[in-house]
Ligand binder design. Structure first.
Ligand code: HEC
Ligand code: HEC
Length: 283
C-alpha cells in the first residue's frame, strides 16, 4: 500500500473506531451495565470508599496478595487507551495488550464464556465510567507465582476460551441462567473447589469447600450438603436481599455478590438463575 493509502486507511480506521464508540445505543449501554453488575467488577476493582473501578483492596489468595488494577478509562493509569479488541482479548484469553498472561485471580476463566455482543456492550459501558488517575499497585506474590510468564503454561493446560454453548434440550430460561452463572456471574470461581493446580474441579462443580480462610457452601441440589431443601422462594430471598431460609443474612464476599450483582438484575434474569441453580446435580 502507498503511504497515502496507509494514511487514509489509518484515518478511516480512526474515524470508524471513534464512530463505533460514539454509537453505543442506550440499549447497549443498559445491557453493558447489567453485565457490569452481575460481573461483580466493582467487588474487586473498587477499594472500600475509593473511586469506582480505580483499583481494589488487597485480594488474599493462597498464592499471595493481588491488587485488581484501575480499569477506568484514564489513559495513563487505567485502560483508556485500550481498543475493543484489547478488551475482548483480556476477557477471553486472559492476555494483556502486550500479550502477557493474566493471573486467574481475574476470573477471565469464566468471562471467556460471555458472548462477543455482551463483551462489546460491557466495554461500551465501562467507557462511560469517570476516568480516575490512580497508579496500580504491584501484586505481592512469592516465588514461583511471581513469574508471570509461567502462567502461559497454566493457560495452555487449563484455560478453555470457548464461549458458552446453550443446551437445546433445556428451556430458554435455564440456558439464560446457566449463561449468567457460568459466564459473567462467575459463581463457580468461588463455589467450585479447585485442583492442586488451581483449576476448577468440574467433577465437583458447585460443591463448595474452602477458599483461603472462607468456607464456601455447597450450592448443588444435594439435600444434606447442598441447598436441595431450598424452595425457589428461598433462593429468590437470597438473591434479592441475601437472606437465608434460617433468617440469617449472608456475609463477606457473598454479601457483595448480592448487593452489587444479583439484587440489581431484572426479575426474569434472577428467575433464570433460580431455575438453573435448582437443577444442579447433587455433589
Ligand atoms: C475476583 C476479583 C475480580 C473480579 C470480580 C474482576 N476482576 Fe478484573 N482483575 C482482577 C485482578 C486481580 C486483575 C489483575 C490480573 C493480573 O495482574 O494478572 C484484573 C485485571 C483486569 C483487567 C486488566 C487490566 C490491566 O490493566 O491490564 C481488566 C480489563 C479487568 N480486570 C476487567 C474486569 C471486568 C470488566 C470485570 C467485571 C466483569 C472484572 N475485571 C472483574 C480481579 C478481578
Ligand atoms: C467471591 C466468592 C463468591 C462468589 C463469586 C459467589 N459466591 Fe455465593 N457464597 C460465597 C460465600 C462465602 C457464601 C457463604 C456466605 C455466608 O453464609 O455468609 C456464599 C453463599 C451462597 C449461597 C447460600 C448457600 C447457603 O447454604 O447458605 C448461595 C445460594 C450462593 N452463594 C449462590 C451464588 C451465586 C448464584 C453466585 C453467582 C451469581 C455466587 N454465589 C457467587 C462466595 C461467593
Amino acid at each position: 500500500m502507498s503511504r497515502g493509502g496507509a494514511t487514509l486507511a489509518l484515518a478511516l480506521g480512526f474515524f470508524l473506531g471513534a464512530g463505533a464508540a460514539a454509537a453505543a445505543s442506550p440499549e447497549e449501554l443498559a445491557r453493558g451495565e447489567l453485565l457490569f453488575h452481575i460481573g461483580g467488577c466493582t467487588n474487586c476493582h473498587t477499594a472500600e470508599g475509593g473511586p469506582l473501578l480505580a483499583g481494589g483492596d488487597p485480594l488474599e489468595t493462597p498464592f499471595g496478595r493481588f491488587y485488581a488494577p484501575n480499569i477506568t478509562p484514564d489513559p495513563e493509569t487505567g485502560i483508556g487507551r485500550w481498543s475493543e479488541a484489547d478488551f475482548l482479548r483480556a476477557m477471553r484469553e486472559g492476555r494483556s495488550p502486550s500479550g502477557a498472561p493474566y493471573y486467574p485471580a481475574f476470573p477471565y476463566t469464566s468471562y471467556a464464556k460471555m458472548s462477543e455482543a455482551d463483551l462489546r456492550a460491557l466495554k461500551a459501558y465501562l467507557d462511560t465510567i469517570p476516568p480516575v488517575r490512580r497508579p496500580n499497585r504491584e501484586h505481592e506474590l512469592g516465588f514461583p507465582y511471581n513469574v508471570r510468564w509461567g502462567l502461559l503454561l497454566w493457560q495452555w493446560a487449563f484455560h478453555d476460551p470457548a464461549p458458552f454453548r446453550p443446551d437445546p434440550t433445556k428451556s430458554e430460561a435455564w440456558n439464560r441462567g446457566a449463561y449468567l452463572v457460568l459466564g459473567p456471574g462467575h459463581c463457580a470461581e468461588c463455589h467450585t473447589p479447585r485442583t492442586w493446580y488451581g483449576a476448577l474441579d468440574d467433577s465437583r462443580a458447585f460443591a463448595g469447600g474452602r477458599l483461603g480462610k472462607e468456607v464456601i457452601p455447597n450450592i448443588t441440589s444435594d439435600p444434606e450438603k447442598g441447598i436441595g431443601r431450598w424452595t425457589a422462594g428461598d433462593l429468590r430471598g437470597l438473591l434479592v436481599i441475601g437472606i437465608k431460609p434460617d433468617g440469617d443474612f449472608v456475609g463477606g464476599d457473598m454479601a457483595k455478590v448480592v448487593r452489587n450483582g444479583t439484587a440489581k438484575l431484572p426479575e426474569a434474569d434472577r428467575e433464570a438463575i433460580v431455575e438453573f441453580l435448582l437443577s444442579l446435580p447433587p455433589r
